[in-house]
Ligand binder design. Structure first.
Ligand code: NBP
Length: 483
């Protein structure tokens, strides 16, 4: 441990994320100071993983602050929520004009908006920075989504670029997202998209095991193959590895022994709630959030499985016996790609809606660019998405991008085949269905909302507009028609 020379940056919070981020910063040559509320954890770190490294530690917060060069750059990596407010309240009196507080946790963007006002009122800068990539990413290169004042970002940029993941073209996965809580907002959408991706993958796996009777290792081989094509991504790669893993105790595929109740920490739900507020549909992400909720009702599902009937087993057997496996696997691959593009189209449209609504000036090409490496949704697909928004910054919907038109028009047919088969054999595919319904609704010039408007006018005199003449109309629907 070194305690001389002013430290370029400080990290508060030495749990999984803070510790790894601190080691990443140190490895990249930036003198660093660390602090943790509980001193034992700091001691463990400096005498353990940070032993012999250029890391200074403060036992108290004032001691830690005194180690930093000015303007101070302090990254908070503590539990999201009240702990972040507690740390900020303790820090403010110790800092001076122009110092920067960077919250690197998974904070709700509304909290970051509020905190940025509180911190700016003390003549300090607040940067709400989404970080994705988990423990490995924090150590070796995460995708970083910093939001806050541009002048603060400029002062942080050399360090952030050094510690961020690098895409294949060598570009660091970090950019100035926008003001206020925009960085944490973009991280929230990233997580929502991650929920959608994971659910879509799980549904493909479910169709393979039920329609084709495939085992986990056989399905692993399919995902490994898909990872060489347009679906290539971190999530497909780890799916193949999870499915191929054998439980050392029983010799069975471990995935077959895992209880089917998925947990959630809330970022997916936050995304859905915000989309409802902004009126920007994200049905695939909504379906993924609810799929996790349904999965958590294990006891109720087990009980219902005795009472509620799916399709007739003979019909299922007859149907599955007619399936040509290579053909279905082709549909599944192209259907998954289609469903994923539809989900990204929804997510990007929500980013646009938020940018307009909160006046953030988000650059969607830049956001796709920094998601290409380091983060959980990193995928080959993000380069063409970046290119689509780069070529057409005002692109209204990704589905309409020239580069994607043929893929989605062809892929919709494959997804339709998957959804139709799954429905016929009683396998739930809510995220595939939602992706397809979004596409079908978006491409439909005349939806049945004319009838909805008629009903609304009938019971609530809500009025309607007509397609054959201008104006606002109301009808006394149950009055005797004029003879
Ligand atoms: P945790 O979320 O588990 O938080 C533990 C840290 O918070 C400890 O350092 C603890 O100090 C500190 N802390 C708490 Br709790 N209350 C505090 C308070 N009132 N004042 C000061 N410190 C307090 O840590 P994590 O898993 O490393 O995650 C850090 C942040 O990064 C979270 O917002 C998380 O959501 C986010 N994130 C996590 C991941 C991931 O993969 N884990 C990925 C991306 C983002 P103590 O030692 O004294 O108890």
């Amino acid at each position: 441990m070194t305690t001389t020379a002013a430290r370029h940056v400080g990290v508060i919070g030495l749990a999984v994320m803070g510790e790894n981020l601190a080691l990443n910063i140190e490895r990249n040559g930036f003198p660093i100071a660390v602090y943790n509320r509980t001193w034992e954890r700091t001691e463990e770190f400096i005498n353990g993983r940070a032993s012999g490294l250029n890391v200074a530690a403060g036992k108290t917060l004032p001691e830690f602050v005194a180690l930093l060069e000015r303007p101070r750059r302090i990254i908070i990596m503590v539990k999201a929520g009240a702990p972040v407010d507690a740390v900020i309240a303790e820090l403010i009196p110790l800092l001076q004009e122009g110092d920067m507080i960077i919250d690197g946790g998974n904070s709700l963007f509304i909290d970051s908006e509020r905190r940025s006002k509180e911190v700016e009122a003390a003549n300090l800068h607040f940067v709400g920075m989404g970080i994705s990539g988990g423990e490995e990413g924090a150590l070796w290169g995460p995708s970083l989504m910093p939001g806050g004042p541009k002048q603060a970002y400029i002062l942080l940029e050399p360090m952030l670029q050094a510690i961020a993941a690098k895409a294949e073209d060598g570009e660091p996965c970090v950019t100035h997202i926008g003001p206020g809580g925009s960085g944490h907002y973009v991280k929230m959408i990233h997580n929502g998209i991650e929920y959608g991706d994971m659910q879509l993958i799980a549904e493909s796996y479910d169709v393979m095991r039920h329609a084709l009777g495939m085992t986990a290792p056989q399905i692993a081989a399919v995902f490994a193959e898909w990872n060489k094509g347009p679906l290539a991504s971190y999530l497909i790669e780890i799916t193949a590895e999870v499915l191929a893993y054998t439980d050392p105790e029983t010799g069975a595929p471990l995935v077959d022994l895992i209880l089917d109740t998925a947990e959630q920490k809330g970022t997916g739900r936050w995304t859905s709630q915000n989309a409802l507020e902004l009126g920007s549909p994200i049905p695939t992400i909504d379906a993924a959030v609810f799929a996790r909720t349904m999965s958590s009702m294990k006891e109720r599902r087990v009980a219902a499985s005795q009472a509620l009937k799916g399709p007739n087993p003979e019909d299922i057997a007859a149907m599955t016996s007619r399936i040509d496996p290579p053909r279905l696997l082709g549909y599944l691959e192209r259907g998954l790609l289609f469903a994923k593009i539809s989900s990204y189209a929804q997510g990007m449209a929500l980013l646009r809606a938020a940018s307009d609504s909160y006046n953030w000036g988000l650059d969607l090409a830049e956001i796709a660019r920094i998601w290409r490496a380091g983060c959980i949704i990193r995928a080959e697909l993000l380069e063409p998405i970046r290119a689509a928004f780069g070529a057409q910054p005002d692109l209204e919907n990704l589905l309409l991008s020239i580069g994607f038109l043929d893929i989605v028009n062809e892929g919709a047919g494959a997804c339709r085949s998957v959804v139709t088969l799954a429905r016929s054999i009683g396998v739930p595919v809510p995220a595939h269905s939602a992706s397809l319904d979004y596409f079908d609704s978006y491409r439909t010039a005349a939806l049945p909302a004319n009838l909805t408007q008629g009903q609304r006018d009938y019971f609530g005199a809500h009025t309607y507009r007509r397609i054959d003449k201008p104006g606002i109309f109301h009808t006394e629907w149950n009055a005797e028609p004029a003879s």
